[in-house]
Design a binder for this molecule. Structure first.
Ligand code: HEC
Length: 160
């Protein structure tokens, strides 16, 4: 049948494209500008913050499964922080990343891992539906955000 043939060709074509795409991701084809990296990092942090707000909403409603989902989303987003912070990528007047990040990138990565682990344990608490430790688990995660912001994020300007 012509349609079946067409479908098969489409499918192999698709596979080839995905293979090439995987082998040469966009970031290798074209270097991103600090401006683009900066925008992406801010967007990533905003996404993290949005999921944290969702977690608070779910906690209030006792929706533990949804809470678990949002917490594991947070951990995956957190994992992307170091790759979103290449050297010298502080750009523009709104950027708040401190240059100290690139003087001690190991510490930055360790703080990322800690925060990600805290988000994963919150997800576990959610899956178990363990309301008794929910608050302490959530605050450990919030503290882990602060543990990185304190040394590595500039204070907000008063005019903002
Ligand atoms: C390993 C370090 C690190 C961790 C962990 C981290 N952040 Fe951040 N965060 C930063 C840095 C650096 C900036 C400043 C980024 C910039 O301006 O380029 C930032 C910026 C932000 C911003 C401001 C975004 C804007 O609008 O400019 C928010 C909100 C935020 N983080 C939320 C969070 C939350 C919530 C968590 C924890 C769930 C978290 N972050 C965990 C390093 C971290």
């Amino acid at each position: 049948m012509r349609t079946a043939n067409y479908r098969r060709r489409f499918f192999t074509g698709f596979l080839t494209i995905s293979f090439l795409w995987g082998a040469f991701p966009a970031s290798n084809l074209r270097a991103e500008s600090p401006d683009e990296i900066q925008k992406k990092r801010t967007a990533l942090m905003k996404k993290i913050n949005k999921s944290m707000r969702l977690i608070r909403v779910y906690a209030g409603k006792g929706q533990m499964k949804d809470l678990a989902g949002a917490a594991s989303e947070v951990s995956k987003l957190i994992d992307r922080i170091p790759e979103s912070s290449p050297k010298g990528s502080a750009f523009g007047p709104k950027s708040r990343i401190k240059p100290e990040v690139w003087e001690d990138f190991d510490r930055y990565k360790k703080l990322t891992e800690k925060a990600s682990a805290a988000a994963r344990s919150l997800a576990k608490v959610g899956r178990a539906g363990d309301g008794a430790v929910l608050f302490s688990s959530f605050s450990s995660l919030a503290k882990a955000c602060g543990a990185c912001h304190k040394p590595f994020r500039k204070k907000k300007k008063k005019s903002e």
